[in-house]
Structures are given as C-alpha cells and as structure tokens.
Design a protein around this ligand. Structure first.
Ligand SMILES: Cc1cc2nc3c(=O)[nH]c(=O)nc-3n(C[C@H](O)[C@H](O)[C@H](O)COP(=O)(O)OP(=O)(O)OC[C@H]3O[C@@H](n4cnc5c(N)ncnc54)[C@H](O)[C@@H]3O)c2cc1C
Length: 398
C-alpha cells in the first residue's frame, strides 16, 4: 500500500526482540539498501528470551552466549541498533517517532515489534516480589532465590513451571500455587497436566492447585500467601507468573486500532498508513475469520520476517502454524496450533512414559498437538494442520 505512493528510504523498528531483529535481518537479506534503525529499551542487543526462565536464570549460560548474534553483526549489516532507548511518541501523519532522549526519527515504514510484559497482580509488590520477562529480571530473581533459598510461584503456566524447575536446580524450596485445578490447564488435556504435576512433585516441588489467593503479605524478608480455604504458604521470594499482556502503549497513544494487541491485517499492516506490527504485540488474522495473538518465539520470528516482506512490497501468504516449546527437568514439551483442554485428543505413544504426541481434534480435523520427546511427529502434525484447514486461534500460553 505504502510503496506505491511513498519511496521506501528509512525503516524504523521499535523493539529489539526476535520479531524486530528478524525483520531487520530480512530487510537486508532481501536486498533493501535504505536506512534500517532498530530501537530497543533493554540495555543489551537482541538475545534469546526463552533462556530467561531456563539457562539464564540458572546461570548455566551467560548473556554473551545467549546473544542472538555476535555484536558485530548489526554494524556489519548496516543496521543501526539503538539500545536503552524507549520510543515514547508516534505521529503517524508526520511519520515521526520520538525517543525518550528527545531525539526524533522520520520513517517511511515503521514496524512495532514491542512484544509483551508480565501481567502483575493488583496490590502485590515488595522487594522480594518478581515478574519475569527480561534478562535483567532473571538476574534479580536468581539473586533473590539464592539469597532466600525458597520460592513461591504464583501461577502454574509455562513460565511458572519452568521457573519452578530451574529454582529446584538451584536448590531452593519451591511451591507452585495455581488457581485452576491443574497446571498448564488451559492448554493441555488433563492427562498431560497430571503428568506435568507428577514430574514437578517427583522433583520436590509442592504443587498446590485450586488456590484462590485471598492475601499476600510481604514484609521483613518473607512473604506469606493465604488462600480462601485457609491454606497458607511462606517463602523468601515470590514470582508472579500470571500471564503476559501485549505492549501497546505507543500504538494506543498514537490512535492505532488495538484489541488484545495491535490489530493488523494479513500483511501485518496496522490501521495507520506505513505502520506495521508483528510478534507478541500483534493481533493477527487466522484462517476462517478469527484473530489471535501468539506468544511463542518461532511465531514472533516468522511474523517479523513476513512483516519485513510486506514492507518491501513482496508480501507472502502467512500460513504459519504457531508452535512453541517448554523445557522442564530435561523434558522438551512442544505445542502446535490451537490446543485446548476440552478438545478431543488422539494419543500416539504413552503419556505415562513421557514419550507421546497428543493430537487435538475438532470434528475430524487436527487443530493442534502437544508432544513430549517427539519433535518430528509434531512437525508432521503442523504440516497436516497447515495443509488441511489452517490453524485456528491458539490459546495464549506464555
Ligand atoms: C521467560 C520466558 C520464557 C519463554 N520461553 C519460551 C519457550 O521456551 N518457547 C517459546 O516458544 N517461547 C517462549 N517464550 C515466548 C517468546 O520469548 C516470545 O514469544 C518472544 O520473545 C516474542 O518476541 P517479540 O519480538 O514479539 O517480543 P519481545 O521479545 O517481548 O521483544 C520486544 C522488545 O521491545 C521492547 N520495547 C517495548 N516497547 C518499547 C518501546 N516503546 N521502545 C523501545 N523498546 C520497546 C521490549 O522491552 C522488548 O525488548 C518465553 C517468554 C518468556 C518471557
């Protein structure tokens, strides 16, 4: 749309996560010779966020090893990477972006790849209370777990479960409090939830479900959580892992259409001319008229690549079947498509043996899958979903 009327000279990308970084890379790989600027509010160059709850938190890897690219990559590819800078103002009519430093940038195309942030619990704060999204968050959380030796995880979703596993590897006493009857309950069938809970209990985690928290008191170096039914737990460190919210502050203030993420069309165009969005921040169309927002690494990467091609005027159909993974106690749990706890499942292999693919079927159509230790089979199911009916909206998981 843009490129028929405006020459493409400068592409500005807000967000230096995987969506922004892969868009920048794709612009260069596809031969774009204009200016490419990537603005990121984190202090470090792009890195692999999934390690934040795993090897970065445990200390098994370092920031250097976890970087997406060697530092020299960005300059070598003539990508201007501005770290530690927040984009605070967007004037879509003037095609001008303002940074927290006061600097302004003009763009011919703008990609908003602003990702998400951890949801907080109202009224829950304190020096020992953490959320987890960034490398910096991982450093502070690790330091507190080491210092206090005990961790209370509020929310038994993917991040909560991963952090519980990592904290056990650091030798901490770990309790997981989940509001629902089961861990990962929104996205996997009950048999897989039970398997995951058993895995955590075998590894010494106190897994508590059906917890309706009534209070969380944080004082004098200790936190005490109390449930409606009178149960209570104490720990030195608390992680609140109750979901992710899309980061849409800039987009909303600029008047872009926003609804659970920045609304885009099938070419990742927002409601403003010349402005695109991709990754965890974007709400994208799915086959069949539905919309969804993904919270997986590979999906953010695929969307960043696709958005760059749209910016270049060479859009391609986006038929990516979203998938993600989680590693807990060395087991690689993989998800694809749109799994829901209430789907019918066809299971290959054995859930009890932690070696299976559970294929979610609606009607007689495969719509998603959960697998442990069977990456090849999961790839096949993704192909089937893509060839068949496309992916329906997945349930957000991270
Ligand atoms: C702890 C954790 C573990 C995960 N593990 C897995 C996993 O095992 N497998 C998996 O598939 N997925 C995993 N995910 C999800 C995956 O990491 C995300 O889906 C992916 O990183 C999203 O990429 P993104 O580029 O869209 O956004 P982000 O990675 O969130 O990047 C957006 C960047 O933009 C910056 N930003 C936002 N607003 C502004 C602004 N106004 N100005 C400047 N910069 C701005 C943000 O600070 C951030 O650096 C995990 C996520 C987390 C938090």
């Amino acid at each position: 749309m843009l490129h028929h009327s405006t020459e493409l000279s400068t592409v500005v990308i807000v967000g230096s996560g995987i969506a922004g970084a892969s868009a920048a890379q794709t612009l260069r790989a596809d031969g774009f010779r204009g200016r490419v600027v990537v603005i990121g509010d984190e202090p470090s160059p792009p890195y692999r966020r999934p390690a934040v709850s795993k090897d970065l938190l445990s200390g098994a890897t370092t920031a250097e090893k976890n970087a997406l690219k060697p530092d020299s990559f960005w300059a070598n590819n003539d990508i201007e990477l501005i770290t530690g800078a927040t984009a605070v103002g967007l004037d879509t009519r003037a095609r001008r972006l303002t940074l927290s430093s006061g600097e302004t940038l003009h763009y011919s195309a703008l990609l908003l790849a602003t990702g998400g942030r951890a949801r907080r619990l109202d009224g829950v704060s304190g020096a020992q209370v953490f959320t987890l999204r960034s490398m910096r968050d991982a450093e502070s959380l690790r330091e507190s777990i080491r210092r206090t030796g005990s961790l209370l995880v509020i929310g038994g979703g993917l991040i909560g479960c991963e952090v519980a596993a990592t904290a056990r590897s650091l030798g901490a006493d770990v309790t997981v409090l989940e509001r629902d009857p089961s861990l990962l309950g929104r996205i996997v069938p009950p048999a897989v939830s039970s398997m995951v809970a058993a895995l955590h209990r075998e590894n010494g985690v106190d897994v508590c479900t059906d917890v309706a928290l009534s209070s969380l008191d944080v004082r004098d170096g200790s936190a005490r959580a109390t449930a409606d039914d009178g149960r209570s737990w104490s720990a030195g460190t608390v992680l609140v892992s109750v979901g992710t919210v899309p980061e849409v502050t800039l987009a909303a203030a600029a008047g872009l259409r926003v609804h659970d993420g920045i609304t885009v069309d099938e070419q990742f165009r927002t409601s403003a001319d010349g402005v695109y969005a991709a990754g965890d921040a974007a709400n994208i169309p799915a086959t069949g008229g539905d919309r969804y927002r993904s919270e997986h690494w590979n999906a953010a990467q695929a969307q960043g690549i696709a958005a760059a091609r749209s910016i270049l005027g060479t859009p391609q159909p986006f038929t990516d079947v979203p998938w993600g993974w989680s590693i807990q106690y060395g087991h690689n749990v993989q998800f694809a498509g749109a799994t829901r706890f209430d789907d019918d499942y066809v299971v290959r292999g054995s859930i009890a043996d932690r070696d299976f693919t559970a294929i979610a079927v609606r009607g007689d159509v495969p719509v998603g899958a959960v697998a442990v230790g069977r990456p090849k089979e999961l790839r096949t199911v993704r192909t089937l979903i893509a060839q068949g009916h496309g992916a329906p909206p997945p349930v957000s998981t991270y």
